[in-house]
Structures are given as structure tokens and as C-alpha cells.
Design a protein around this ligand. Structure first.
Ligand code: UDP
Ligand code: MG
Length: 323
């Protein structure tokens, strides 16, 4: 039987949280109003996560494991899992239970009302460092100001998407995949459900500072050309000032003023122009870098192994098991 619901869960060294996660999912799946599959994407874990998940995928045909050949990052891991999903509604969630799986029931209610994309919006965030809260807040603000898409505030990657929206998303060929921006960008009927985000159930965050910066940069550059335009306007302004200064010098000369004291100011203007030029070149370089990575058209990921995909028979949710 084709599942109605697909859950996509990226996993990177999550052995500490897996027992709790599997228990929560076992409790949730029978409460859904249709058959469901759970797709774990192992994003190059070096701990026992893939072993635990492989055992589950072999024992229970509602579970699948997709193992990527190395760590490609959460955005690519999610994309690879979504590409395998066969359900009519696909839910993406973190493994650490910061995205409580039970919220899926609220999302499904909205989906049944006809929304194609249902975001889970955080009303609060527990157990995050003040640094993470401040930087995340700043990021959402800057994105809101600069970007071409309306990125909902305090929304991560926890969301339900309809098959239609998913197929649109998968049809986007770009390599630099800022998933939440792409889902805003594709349109359709979008809505939110709100929740209080708990702390990580176990283990440590898998987002290093470097990964966070990379994600933020990817979001800005792939959904905004404001930096490019800012450089352009800065260049125009600087050139305008230089032209005004030149007019002033000519006027002063025509009026017969004694001029040789202007030497140092000319040096200042030249330096300033050089700096503006460098800034523009730098910004162009960022975009050209992106073009470069797009034209390479490398496969987004390579799959190491697939486990649990061969059976098409799904277990009917056993309602009597639900506590
Ligand atoms: N993750 C991943 N690949 C990575 C980093 C993280 O698949 O390179 C997964 C991770 O296992 C978790 C989710 O992405 O399921 C979110 O990561 P985490 O909870 O560490 O991020 P945080 O909540 O601290 O931002
Ligand atoms: Mg987390």
C-alpha cells in the first residue's frame, strides 16, 4: 500500500536520542489517520546511529534508511529523503525531538483543510544558548529586510508539505539548497501551526558555528541580490561625490583660486574609490562563486546504501495499540 504520510528525519550522530525518538514515533504512527512511512537519512554518521536504524528498517516495513556516502549537511540530507518519499503529505522533522512529532497531528488537520505547506512556528525556544537565540533572531531580521522571499519568522525546517509542493521543490535544480527559503519561494497555500520548542532530548547540537554561518550565508546569497545592489549604489554615490569634487576644483580654478593645497584630498578620493571598487569586486565574486557551483551540475549527493525500500506493503496503523 502507498503511504499517505512520509516522515523525513535527517540523522547525524544521533545515537543518544534514537531510542527516545523511535519510541515517540511508535506511539505517534498508529494515531495517524492513514498509513505512514518514516525515512531516516543518515548524513554520514560516525556513531552507531546507522546500525540502530538499519536494524529497525529491516524489522519494520514502515521504516526506511537512506545512507549518504558522507556528511553532506542537513539541507542536502532532507532533500535526498524527500526525493524518496512516496506519501501524499511529507513531514520533515529534526531527530532530536525539538520538533515534537505529535505536532504533526495539527499539521495534518491544516493539510486536510487544503493547505499545501504547513510550517511549525516556534513560540519559544528552550535550552538554546543566548548566542544562538541572538544570532538566529538577527538572521531572521536581516533576511526579512533583504530577501526576495517572505521567510516566516521563527520557522525552521519542521513542516508538512503536500505532494504537489514537494514535486515543485524537487524540480528546482539548484545545488545551493536553502530548503526553508525554497519552500517559501514556490508559493501554494501556506499556513502555520504554533508550538513551544523544547530543548534537545539527548546529545549535543550537530550545528557547529561554521555550519550555522554557512547556512545563513547560503540563505542570504541564494535569496537576495541586495548586497549586489548595495555595492552598485555605493559605487554610484562615490562616483557622484568624486564628480562633484571635480566640478568644485574646476570652479575654484576658474575663479582664480590658488589650488596646490588640494593634493592630499586627491589622494583621499583615490583611496576611497579604490576601496569602493574592491568592495564591488568582492560582492561580485560571491555571486560568481555561486554561478560557478551551479554550472558544475554535480549530483547533489551519492547514496551509499538503501535499506527498507524494496517492500511496498505497508502495515496498517494498528489503532488498538495506541495508548
Ligand atoms: N543534521 C544533519 N546533518 C548535519 C547536521 C545536522 O543531518 O550535518 C541533522 C541532525 O541530526 C538533526 C537536525 O539535522 O536531526 C538538526 O540538527 P540539530 O538539532 O543539531 O540543530 P539545532 O537544533 O541545534 O539547530
Ligand atoms: Mg536541534
Amino acid at each position: 500500500m502507498i503511504p499517505v504520510y512520509s516522515l523525513v528525519v535527517p540523522i547525524f550522530n544521533e545515537e543518544a536520542v534514537l531510542p527516545v525518538l523511535l519510541r515517540r514515533l511508535d506511539g505517534l504512527l498508529p494515531r495517524l489517520d492513514g498509513p505512514a512511512e518514516v525515512i531516516f537519512v543518515d548524513d554520514g554518521s560516525t556513531d552507531t546511529s546507522p546500525i540502530v536504524l538499519e536494524a529497525r528498517a529491516r524489522a519494520d516495513n514502515r521504516f526506511r534508511l537512506l545512507r549518504l556516502s558522507r556528511n553532506f549537511g542537513q539541507q542536502v540530507a532532507m532533500t535526498s529523503g524527500m526525493a524518496r518519499a512516496r506519501g501524499q503529505a511529507i513531514v520533515i522533522m529534526d531527530a532530536d525531538l525539538q520538533d515534537p512529532p505529535e505536532i504533526m497531528l495539527d499539521m495534518i488537520a491544516k493539510w486536510r483543510e487544503g493547505y499545501e505547506i504547513v510550517y511549525a512556528q516556534r513560540l519559544s525556544r528552550d535550552g538554546e544558548s543566548p548566542f544562538k537565540l541572538v544570532t538566529a533572531n538577527l538572521f531572521y531580521r536581516v533576511m526579512g529586510k533583504l530577501s526576495d522571499v517572505d521567510l516566516p519568522q521563527n520557522v525552521g525546517d519542521f513542516r508538512l508539505v503536500d505532494r504537489k509542493a514537494l514535486d515543485s521543490f524537487l524540480a528546482m535544480p539548484e545545488r545551493d539548497r536553502f530548503v526553508r527559503g525554497m519552500f517559501s519561494w514556490i508559493g501554494f497555500r501556506q499556513t502555520v501551526v504554533q508550538f513551544h520548542r523544547p530543548a534537545r532530548a539527548a546529545g549535543e547540537t550537530k550545528y557547529s558555528l561554521a555550519k550555522m554561518i554557512r547556512l545563513a550565508a547560503s540563505g542570504l546569497v541564494s535569496f537576495s541580490d541586495a548586497p549586489l545592489r548595495a555595492a552598485l549604489w555605493a559605487g554610484v554615490a562615490v562616483c557622484g561625490i568624486a564628480a562633484a569634487y571635480a566640478l568644485f576644483v574646476v570652479a575654484a580654478w576658474a575663479a582664480g583660486a590658488h589650488l596646490e593645497r588640494g593634493w592630499s584630498s586627491i589622494i583621499v578620493v583615490m583611496t576611497f574609490l579604490g576601496g569602493a571598487n574592491m568592495l564591488m569586486t568582492g560582492v561580485l565574486g560571491v555571486y560568481i562563486g555561486r554561478i560557478h557551483s551551479e554550472v558544475k551540475r554535480r549530483p547533489l549527493y551519492f547514496v551509499d546504501r538503501e535499506i527498507g525500500f524494496e517492500t511496498s506493503a505497508m502495515v496498517k496503523p494498528a489503532r488498538e495499540e495506541a495508548a
